[in-house]
Design a protein. Sequence first.
Length: 419
Amino acid sequence: MDAIKVRGGNLLRGEVVISGAKNSALKLMVATLLTDEKLTLKRMPDLADTRFLSGLLTHLGATVERDAASMGLHTERLASAEAPYDLVRKMRASFNVLGPLLARNGEARVSLPGGCAIGARPVDLHLKALEALGATIELADGYVEAKAKKGLIGAQIVFPFVSVGATEHAMLAAVLAKGDTVLENAAREPEIQDIADCLNAMGARVSGAGSSTITIQGVDRLHGAEHAVVPDRIETGTYALAVATAGGDVLLRDAVWKHNTALWDRMSAAGATLSQEIEGVRVKASGERLTATDMETRPYPGFPTDEQAQFMAAMCVADGRSVIRETIFENRFMHAPELMRMGAKIDLRGNEAIVTGVSELRGAPVMATDLRASVSLVIAGLVAAGETTIGRVYHLDRGFENLEAKLAGCGADIERVKE
Ligand code: UD1
């Protein structure tokens, strides 16, 4: 099994090119199921998750071609409307094939999902949205069996709380419904806007994405299109926090400033310098200790839960005490005990982590527990004295493209090893 070895202490200098957003790319790939013409996705990250989803889409009848930075997907005919357990359990985003399969085929059978172990993560809102669109849903043997023999029908859907996945899923299903759909209390993440842009390029009529009310006028069919995936704001935030923690001066090429304003606010308060440039975002930090800063995760445009672990790593070596509150997922502090193995002082109290910064972390063997947690251990390793070995990096490979090469290119002492 692969592990990553980091020897801490180097400043980071140079440039990191930000990849396309994993969370957007996965839903954009699923959009192939909505048309019999070819969809070409540019700035497509090459990740374990995108490869895994290619497998599922191929099973459903798509032809998937990959070259350096783009992916072509073509589902001329559906080969199956069933997504089996083995192809869904490893990755929650696979569940999003349900709506498009239903819209195209009138019925579908999709296994209930798995994914990161960061909380209960039910799919009740996804199913309620599809039911509102006229589907009948039954749960049997770990599968969702959905039917809409006469097609989906536009509806008003009011989400009781904000869900990224359910908003995207409803959008992906409603584009081919008869009549208008209005999504209220929709998630506002940039990925949602990205998916709406791609669907519109395919002939859909989606407006309001990026606000909490999204309107979708159903159309009879969608056609092929070419679309560039939005740059990954979570990857951007991760490298920004790595530079702020280790010190240095790095241009995050292609990063979109406005997609991370909540993070920039907290990082500036902690003492890092951030600037918007034509090519992206520049991060500078002296390498002196940051100032401890409190933070609370919130749906976009609030502080992203996917950057919480990385922020915690930064706070572990900051000067003072910071309170980090996680409000999105109930089990998202699994990185804390691993950071403590490196000498961090963290007191966990329910959904709050109280972090007392220490002047030095010490390298140690640690274990990745989920996708974003694993990269927080890399950040800690970049400032720790001595060597940190991070095991189970398959979590990391799900969502970070060329992580070691990107960091090594900026001067980090990091390598992948076989254990
Ligand atoms: C997506 C992202 C994930 C990110 C999260 C929040 C992808 C592939 N993943 O996950 O990286 O951390 O948004 O920004 O895009 N919930 C329910 N019922 C549902 C759906 C969700 O109770 O039907 C709950 C979840 O358990 C969670 C909260 O709602 O507590 C928010 O989850 P949601 O926004 O749906 O996250 P995901 O789409 O799963």
